[in-house]
Design a protein around this ligand. Structure first.
Ligand code: OGA
Ligand code: MN
Length: 378
């Protein structure tokens, strides 16, 4: 393809992951995405196999109440190279993604949950992030300063992850949102993990120039339990590697509504998000977000309708953003967390070599590096 970089040939060797990460992160010339698996299309790829989930594990009523299609309609896939990894191509009912998106933007950033802005702002300044941002987002011209919502990078739920020590602790906890707990338990049950307890959540907010560095999620105490990931908004490239940095990763698109389950031997694999794809000019939002709920929710339903007013803000925000929720069970049976050890040194805003930003956001990166002293890991 003229003007595009071909995917690098990967030998087993040093830093195969880093090489591919940089390849997809690059903007000029744009990378060739032809090796990226696209689960939204008919998949005819020897790296991929279709997988049947156990339909009996989740009733249609429970699925529907959580805004999900019946399990028998889910398009679920596995990857030959990564046993235990499950990719489910947007199992949400029309309109129901809007609810989770609104929760990520309006509800979950609120106290007592913790977000990146708390690291250098007072609690009154970071109160009501949504209310402080909506007016400006609604009327936004290009040159307005960024709103708090647009400065949001991460929110932690339940046991709040400590980016510096890479640990959870018993005394840094707030109640996990019950709606997201139910969604997580529902999805986990359909994937063969009944009784999953959502105990910690990390929400990541990506602008079009953001990326997430190469890492393994190993801070949870029980690694036999799955890690769930929900994607909304703009499409990202996800890289899933092996247990070593030298193992060549598999690239796939994560589109709005897609779910990923890292379970079994895929639970501790290296992974990263090297780039967010720019929205096509003709379609600023993925078409699955155009729809409203087909049936009016009843009050017992988990999913509730999102007002046109709130959706106007969410949809404007998502034209240049992606939101991802990862949900983890931290403790296995009988396990407990220690309480926090007194911390020496400052608390960092960045994900300590984990959250990553592009050169275009250099100013921001510089500021973050100055504040946190951390380097990006890629
Ligand atoms: C994470 C993670 C992936 C994503 O938060 O640990 O890997 O798509 N997120 O944001
Ligand atoms: Mn991760």
């Amino acid at each position: 393809m003229l003007g595009k970089m071909a995917a690098p040939v990967l030998e087993h060797g040093e830093d195969a992951f880093r090489k591919l990460f940089r390849f997809y992160k690059r903007r000029n010339p744009p990378p060739d995405f032809s090796q990226v698996i696209d689960f939204s299309k008919r998949v005819d790829d020897e790296r991929v196999f279709a997988t049947e989930l156990d339909h009996s594990s989740l009733g249609e009523v429970a699925a529907c109440s959580a805004g999900l299609r019946p399990v028998k309609e889910w398009r679920a896939f596995g990857l030959q190279a990564h046993p235990g990894f499950i990719f489910i191509s947007n199992p949400f009912l029309p309109g129901s993604q809007r609810y989770w998106i609104k929760q990520c933007l309006k509800a979950y950033p609120q106290k007592p949950n913790v977000c990146n802005l708390d690291m250098h702002m007072s609690s009154t300044e970071t109160e009501n992030i949504w209310e402080k941002s909506v007016e400006s987002i609604r009327k936004k011209g290009k040159r307005e300063p960024r709103t708090l919502l647009e400065k949001l990078r991460w929110v932690t739920l339940g046991y709040h992850y400590n980016w510096d020590t890479k640990t959870y602790s018993a005394d840094h906890y707030s109640p996990f949102p019950p709606d997201l707990h139910t969604l997580s338990q529902t999805v986990a049950a359909a994937c063969g993990f009944p009784g999953f307890q959502a105990e910690a959540g990390i929400l990541n907010y990506y602008r079009s120039d953001s990326s997430l560095g190469i890492h393994v999620d190993e801070s949870e105490l029980d690694h036999t339990l799955p890690l769930l990931s929900f994607s909304f908004g703009q499409t990202a490239v996800f890289l899933l590697g092996g247990t070593k940095r030298q193992d060549p990763p598999t690239a796939m698109f994560m589109r709005s509504g897609d779910l990923m389950v890292m379970s079994g031997s895929s639970r501790l694999l290296y992974h990263a998000v090297p780039c967010i794809l720019p929205a096509p000019a003709c379609q600023p939002l993925p078409s699955c977000l155009d729809q409203r709920l087909e049936k009016q929710p009843v009050s017992e339903d988990l999913i509730q309708d999102v007002s046109e007013e709130d959706w106007a803000v969410c949809s404007r925000y998502l034209q240049t953003s992606r939101v991802n929720m990862t949900v983890r069970q931290v403790l296995g049976p009988g396990q407990t967390l220690p309480t926090t050890q007194p911390l020496v040194g400052a608390v960092s805003e960045s994900r300590s070599g984990y959250h990553d930003e592009s050169e275009e956001a250099a100013q921001n990166v510089k500021k973050r590096k100055n504040e946190s002293g951390s380097e990006v890991d890629c």
